[in-house]
Design a protein around this ligand. Structure first.
Ligand SMILES: Cc1cc2nc3c(=O)[nH]c(=O)nc-3n(C[C@H](O)[C@H](O)[C@H](O)COP(=O)(O)OP(=O)(O)OC[C@H]3O[C@@H](n4cnc5c(N)ncnc54)[C@H](O)[C@@H]3O)c2cc1C
Length: 411
């Protein structure tokens, strides 16, 4: 069975790994050219179930080695004393199996784990798809034509596969009222493994060190009424960000000095993708492409890892009836997606303070949490809906479907 996966960031390589182990032949097409794949990216979280999956893939040691190593955060606000937060204790309190890692590092690790068992095509994209019921004919931007048994879109929030099969993005795009921007710059503040953050009503600015490069990432989150921009036009987005923060003091003027030169600049609205079904015939969606819960607020990375693992397992279990494998995958993953969707707006309200009360309370809570006994921290975490959803899903066991010729033992 030949499966084409569009997108090779998080969901794509995890899906490819497991499909190969179940005897499928995965091909990944990634729009980014080979030399730029896995560069840049922001800090993301792998919570326990997703961490377990990467352990079963044999990637855990590499992921642990690449983790961010951010150990402390200073929270600042106008007219108030700074609050120090012990991040190492906070992460330990969330779960013993949680890791924060830059998305680019995660992508590179997953690529390393799959490059010998999956075909990778870089610098190309699907131009058209035709599903005739027995297979899918694909034409690529490069002009290449190929046929696959199944096509999966793992190509993120602005998925091409979704647009080709389910129509334009706009009606499926539910904005949560916030925006975020991230870019790299030199460590002019000597941060090392420290995080600096500044909160005000409707705005959050964070700066954190990246030990792999010695640089820092500057992140901006803000609330704004509907902004009009083209998600591919970086210059337009940089101008929007500069305008939004032009009167902000703190360290923002120094950060904005590096905006123009930033090559890995990312800007997008914090929005959800609200498609009701994630498959049609022999074409399916996984990760942000199908159900982005909102960048930075919905645990999208863990969701992408778990969903890709379950999709591969259900396809293998369905074997000759791939559409029924897609249906079963959707049934299993739907409750997790729905929890994540419900929870994301609450996270956004917490991290971008909506008013003076939230601005006063949030830093105090962040400072107190790591000081509580680990068991209490884990209890508090277990009560939060996204944590509950992403950490408590019993992972189905597909180990009896692993094909012996993959040459790997099941762990
Ligand atoms: C600033 C920011 C902060 C975030 N913080 C967190 C966090 O703290 N915790 C967390 O869990 N999640 C976080 N996320 C979300 C997280 O990055 C995503 O949920 C996760 O990466 C989803 O993985 P994915 O593989 O589904 O899609 P993506 O990671 O978006 O990958 C899509 C891939 O498809 C490729 N692609 C796109 N179009 C095409 C095409 N036409 N053809 C071929 N390839 C294509 C892209 O180049 C990319 O490699 C954050 C996101 C952002 C933007």
């Amino acid at each position: 069975m030949k499966v084409l996966i569009s997108g090779a960031s998080v969901a794509g390589p995890v899906l490819a790994h497991w499909l190969h182990r179940y005897g499928f032949e995965p091909t990944l097409v990634e729009r980014t050219p080979a030399g730029r794949h896995g560069l840049g990216g922001h800090a993301v979280d792998l919570f326990s179930s997703a961490a377990d999956i990467t352990r079963r893939m044999g990637c855990w040691d590499a992921i642990e080695a690449a983790r961010t190593q951010l150990d402390a955060m200073t929270i600042e606000r106008f007219g108030r004393r700074p609050v120090e937060v012990d991040l190492s204790r906070m992460y330990a309190g969330i779960s013993s199996r949680h890791v924060e890692i830059l998305r680019g590092e995660l992508t590179r690790t997953l690529y390393g784990a799959t490059r010998d068992t999956a075909e990778y095509v870089f610098g190309d994209s699907i131009a058209s798809l035709h599903d005739d019921g027995a297979g899918v004919d694909v034409v690529f931007d490069s002009g290449t034509e190929r046929r696959f048994d199944l096509v999966i879109g793992a190509d993120g929030m602005h998925s091409t596969v979704r647009r080709l099969v389910f129509g334009p993005e706009q009606p499926l795009h539910r904005p949560l009222g916030g925006y975020l921007a991230v870019f790299s710059m030199p460590d002019v503040f000597g941060l090392g493994n420290h995080t600096l953050s500044h909160f005000s009503v409707g705005k959050l600015v964070g700066i954190y060190g990246v030990h792999q490069t010695g640089q820092v990432r500057a992140g901006f989150l803000f609330r704004a009424p509907d902004l009009q921009y083209d998600y591919r036009d970086k210059d337009q987005q940089k101008a929007l960000l500069a305008k939004e923060f032009r009167d902000y003091s703190w360290k923002v003027p120094q950060l904005l000095e590096h905006l123009e030169q930033a090559e890995d600049f990312y800007f997008d609205s914090i929005a959800q993708i609200t498609l009701d079904t994630w498959h049609r015939g022999r074409i399916g969606l996984v990760g942000d492409a199908g159900y982005c819960p909102g960048p930075a607020v919905g645990g999208g990375t863990s969701l992408a890892v778990m969903a890709a693992y379950i999709l591969a397992g259900e396809l293998a279990a369905a074997r000759s009836d791939l559409p029924s494998g897609l249906r079963n995958y959707e049934r299993i993953i739907r409750p997790v997606v729905e929890q994540s969707r419900r929870f994301a707006p609450k996270v956004m309200r917490t991290i971008i303070p909506a008013g003076p009360l939230a601005l006063r309370l949030m830093p105090a809570a962040a400072a107190v949490l790591p000081k509580l006994p680990t068991a209490v921290q884990r209890f508090i975490w277990s009560q939060n809906a996204v944590g509950k959803a992403l950490s408590s899903v019993p992972l189905p066991d597909y180990s009896d479907l692993v094909q012996p010729q993959s040459g790997q033992s099941v762990t």
